[in-house]
Design a protein around this ligand. Structure first.
Ligand code: GLV
Ligand code: MN
Ligand code: MN
Length: 404
């Protein structure tokens, strides 16, 4: 849809205010959850809220809110401000920008329902191997026992980071919400390839994350004959390809499996790899398929390690079930898009989002916008200002519908 120049300009101003934070010479950004870089993003967000004339509030886990602090009937528009390592500038940030745009229109036009925008901490699993920590803790979808011992890439536990910041791992449950809405870049190609302006999310795939530690024997790579080795890397290599094969087998159920982390010790040229750590990310919307692939991965690790004389240990870092968005919200968003003449389609989300944490609390919905070639979690990520405005307008139109 066509947007007033003032909207495009405001959208660009918001985007540029966040631009430099965590910038890398590669052109990407690294803004890991619960680091000072993420703090800077939250400070800018609070400031931008102030420029619109709103107070801000930080909750017990460091999430930041601007807009109405009404105790009842509030619509929360949320997303996150952290990123993956060497990531792009739209994942999460686009949703916060859209929220601020909606807040501005709501104020200008006197929308008669309270709206708040929330930036949730540490949505990405890049720092602790667990996603949606900020939103998960305040909705009670994640509990102290599950996260306290998680260790950051710098080797600090979440518990000690929280203690040093004065945060609580057991905050009160967020309440008084009438709805939760989130705009996000699609992170896939469906919208772009079908020429559709917005996606309306039906189900968010549930991520399960594991570590598998393999231990062989670090020995001289020149002096140890091939037949006498316990090479942890070779076992890892076999397991990685097996996980790919299992992912392909489950693809009909829209399940995917990725080994995104390989750490090897001692990681030198002239020593047989003695220890390897694998990080595995499995996702899908079909619980039976997810359960099956989890069992098969464990079975593959057992078989491969037994045959190769490798010790191993598996650890589940996190598990979230697939989550459905509210049918009423999907319909409301679809109608809002129709009223605006914005093309839409319903679709699933393969990526995880803060929206996963809200359906047990209130009516929850998500709007996707296209991103260039579907690329995300990559510094080349791009979404147009006009697409961000399209999605923000659909959310605002939905809220106008909810207000009557
Ligand atoms: C969050 O971006 C995810 O990994 O799905
Ligand atoms: Mn992400
Ligand atoms: Mn995201």
């Amino acid at each position: 849809m066509e947007h007033p120049f003032a909207d495009i300009q405001y959208c660009e101003t918001l985007f540029n205010r966040f631009y430099d934070v965590g910038g890398l010479t590669s052109g990407g950004v690294t803004r890991l959850g619960y680091t000072q870089t993420e703090d800077q993003m939250h400070e800018i967000f609070a400031h931008l809220g102030g420029e619109l004339g709103f107070e801000n509030r930080q909750d017990e886990v460091g999430n930041t809110f601007v807009g109405s602090m009404a105790r009842e009937g509030c619509y929360l528009i949320g997303s996150h401000l952290d990123s993956v390592i060497d990531g792009g500038r739209y994942d999460g940030v686009a949703g916060i920008i859209a929220g601020l745009m909606v807040l501005r229109w709501a104020k200008e036009e006197g929308l008669p329902i309270p709206v708040r925008v929330g930036a949730f901490r540490c949505e990405e699993s890049s720092n602790f191997g667990c996603c949606t920590i900020g939103s998960g803790l305040v909705t009670k979808e994640l509990h102290r026992q599950r996260v306290a011992g998680l260790v950051s890439r710098d080797g600090e536990t979440l518990e000690s980071i929280f203690a040093s910041r004065g945060y609580s791992l057991d905050p009160p449950r967020i309440s008084g919400l009438s709805g939760y809405l989130e705009l996000h870049i699609e992170q896939g190609k469906v919208l772009e390839e079908s020429g559709t302006s917005v996606g309306i999310v039906q189900t968010i795939a549930g991520p399960r994350r594991f570590k598998i530690y393999l231990r062989g024997l670090a020995e001289h790579s020149g002096a140890t004959p091939m037949a006498l080795r316990s090479d942890a890397m070779c076992a890892a290599a076999e397991l990685i390809l097996e996980i790919e094969r299992l992912g392909n087998k489950e693809a009909a159920y829209q399940t995917v499996a990725t080994v995104g982390v390989v750490n090897s010790l001692p990681n030198v040229m002239n020593v047989i790899p003695g220890e390897v750590e694998l990080g595995i990310d499995v996702r899908g919307i079909d619980l039976t398929s997810l359960d099956r692939i989890e069992l098969e991965i464990k079975d593959a690790a057992r078989r491969i390690c037994a045959r190769r004389n490798i010790e191993y240990l598996e650890e589940k870092l996190s598990e979230f079930p697939p989550v459905n968005m509210s049918g009423d919200v999907q319909m409301g968003l679809e109608r809002a898009a129709q009223r605006l003449g914005v093309s839409s389609r319903r679709m699933m989300s393969g990526a995880g989002h803060d929206a996963m944490a809200f359906p047990t609390l209130c009516e929850t919905g998500m709007v996707f916008i296209p991103c260039l070639k579907g690329i995300s979690h990559n510094r080349a990520e791009f979404a147009s200002l006009s697409s961000i405005c399209d999605g923000a307008r659909v959310i605002y139109e939905y809220l106008k519908g909810a207000a009557v």
